[in-house]
Structures are given as structure tokens and as C-alpha cells.
Design a protein around this ligand. Sequence first.
Ligand SMILES: Cc1cc2nc3c(=O)[nH]c(=O)nc-3n(C[C@H](O)[C@H](O)[C@H](O)COP(=O)(O)OP(=O)(O)OC[C@H]3O[C@@H](n4cnc5c(N)ncnc54)[C@H](O)[C@@H]3O)c2cc1C
Length: 401
Amino acid sequence: MTEIKTTCCVAGGGPAGMMLGFLLAREGVPVVVLEKHEDFLRDFRGDTVHPSTLEMMHELGLLDEFLKLPHSTVRELSLQIGDDHLVVGHFEHLPVHCKFVALMPQWDFLEFIADHARHYSGFDLRMRTEATDLLLDEGRVTGVRATTPDGPIEIRADLTVACDGRHSTLRERAGFSVKDLRAPMDVMWFRISRNDNDPSEVVARVESGRMLVMLNRSDYWQCAYVIPKGTADEVKHAGLDKFRNSVGDISPLLRDRLHQIDSWDKVKLLTVEVDRLRRWYRTGLICIGDAAHAMSPIGGVGINLAVQDAVAAANILAEPLRRGTVTVDTLKAVQQRREFPTRVTQRLQIIMQNNLIGPALASKDKRPRAPWFMKLMQWPLLQRIPGRLLAFGVRPEHVHA
Ligand SMILES: Cc1cc2nc3c(=O)[nH]c(=O)nc-3n(C[C@H](O)[C@H](O)[C@H](O)COP(=O)(O)OP(=O)(O)OC[C@H]3O[C@@H](n4cnc5c(N)ncnc54)[C@H](O)[C@@H]3O)c2cc1C
């Protein structure tokens, strides 16, 4: 059995894990990041890079280079609910360098972080390496066991950080208790070609029994068709024609191209989960990102929250990791720092689920109406509040070193 020793082992190379690995390596902490896939080329993981993350790129001196990657910008987010057209956020008034949300494929984002992290000798990214279990010594987590194409390995570390997403193996192995906040919907993802004269902004529509969000990825639309939870089999059983018609009804723009969905293989199901751990840590181990709190896709804040967790964790942990003085209290400080923003964000997502998405999906005949609080937010001054919340979240983090 190959054994590796390091200071920090990060399991999972998503936004939380890659950013944490990069920031720790940048601060001189030896770090091994394990990613079970062979590359970052996985679709449907969210593309929205919000102003808080872009501002952090500026703090790291990477913003100009980052913005050279292919992306589109969203300066205003609007939502069509039945006959009501609402602006749910605009960003021009924000005191930041980028007054927009950048839509960038997540693999480009992760590859960019990996490229910069590789400049630091302490950064060791291991692809095709899947953490399968925790190593324990008298109740203390001392690393992980992992599988690789060359056989099993053990990574011994002063601290293990679980960044392995919402189906985290490590949080399950650690026996952490999860609070399930429930989501009323699942998402069917597919892509449809985009014409030059199509609108460039995000299209989001809520109608009785369904919802569609279309993200502009230059030559194609990445479409999220939202359905009531657990009804994917029913939708499939009703047949592709019915599915295409239903998409065409909610977005007539796509009608002439819907023949491109000629098989269910082109439609991927993502089951939406919203949950959080009651306690994020135990001696030698902490969870961050979706492993600590799976976010709903509402607001497209998941990547940004995961990145903010990584920044907070790096700010709090780097010095104790360098000195070898990480204690349970250090880990508790990370949860204390990030739990409040997580709770508030999930609360807001659940308010939207319960007052808009759930009722709209449940009603087959009555056209949905915008909830009163969303209409109130259309007043010009109040309109700034959701924009600010979407852009920065709650208690935004800044890179210390
Ligand atoms: C339908 C849907 C749409 C979404 N859309 C958006 C959006 O538009 N914008 C947005 O900001 N957020 C969106 N999100 C949420 C967002 O994708 C997540 O919140 C975010 O990616 C969390 O980052 P993470 O690093 O914590 O976890 P993940 O992104 O899940 O990364 C975990 C990584 O760990 C790897 N891994 C898993 N297990 C292991 C293991 N045992 N060993 C090694 N590696 C492992 C995985 O391969 C993965 O690369 C969406 C979520 C859903 C469900």
C-alpha cells in the first residue's frame, strides 16, 4: 500500500476543494487534492460566477487573466412568472470591479484554479483518485484511504477537508448528522443550439406545472427544465413528443429546434437536494462546500458559497496548519464563520421554493402569479437588495494573505 504524508488532504476537486487547495498552497501549506474523475469536463454543475467570486479573483491578482477565459456576462436577472415580468437583480450599482455575473463553464473555472495552484511546489493534485474511507487513530481522523488506477493508497494528513460534494463519502463515513431541508423539484438538463439573433441574457420562465431556465453558452443554450420532485419517470413515460411540446410551450423561441432532443440520452436528470450538517467537523476532519451544505440551484449561488467557504477555511486554517496547531476549536471557528451565511442563503432559497416554485409546479391549470414580496422588490430602491444578495451573499469573505 502506497502511503503519502502531507499537511492537508483535500478530498474533492470541485470549486470548494480546488480553491482551498490553491489558497493553502499559496500560503505555503503542503496540500494534496484528490479528485475521483480524470478531468473537470463534467457538464451541468453550474456556471454562474458571481461578483463576490470575481472580486476575490481581483484580490488574488488574477481577475484580468480570468476574464480572458470564454464567458458571457449577465448584468440583470429577470424572471417571467405567468404574465408578470420581474427584475430579480441588477448589478450596476455594486461597489465592485465586475458589475455582472460571469457565465463560465465550471471546467474552465476549475482548470484555471488548477493551473495557478500548480505554480506552488506544495500543491499536489491527484486525478482519478477517489477517497473511499477515513483513516482513524483513537477516534482522530488522520487521513483517507483512496483508490487510484494503480491501486489503493493512504494519505496521512494533519487535517482532512471533505469537499466531495453533496453525496460526500467522507461525511457519511464520519457519521455526521444531516438536516434535510427538502426541495420540491428536480431538474432535467439538455442543450439546444443558439441562433445569432436569440436574446443573450438568461431566460427564466415559470408556468403552471413547469419552469425553464436557459443559460447562454454562446453557440448553445444550456436549459434547465424544472419538474416536481420525483416525477422524472412520469415525464419520460409520457414520451419525448410531450416533453418537447411542453418545452416549446414555455419557450416558443426553441420550438423550431426541439427536434435536436431526439433521445432521452440527451436529457440528464439532476435530483435537487438542500441540506446541511449539524456539525461540520470532528478531530482531524472538516467538511466545507456542498459536503457541509447542499444548496438548491435557486440563485445559482452554490459555486460561490463553496468558494467563500474555501476562502474562510484558508484564512482560519493556514497559520495553524503551518504551525501544526490545528485543534477542534480551530475547526469550530470555520463552521461558526460559515454557518450563518449558509443558513440565511438556504432560508431564502426555501422561501422561493415554498412560495413560488413549489406552488407553480403543483398547479396544472392556474397560471402562476409573482408572490407579493417579489412584486414589492420591483420598487427601484428595493430592487437593489436582491441584486446585492445575489452578488455578494451574506458576509462575503476576503482573501487575507
Ligand atoms: C441542478 C443544479 C444546478 C446548479 N446550478 C448552479 C449554478 O448555476 N450556479 C452555482 O453557483 N451553483 C449551482 N449549483 C450548485 C453547485 O453546483 C454546487 O453548490 C457547487 O458545485 C458545490 O461545490 P463543491 O466543491 O462543494 O462540490 P462539487 O462541485 O460537487 O465538487 C465535488 C467534487 O468532488 C469530487 N468527488 C466526489 N466524491 C469524491 C471522492 N470520494 N473522492 C474524490 N473526489 C470526489 C467530484 O467529482 C467533484 O469534482 C447547482 C446544483 C444543482 C443540483
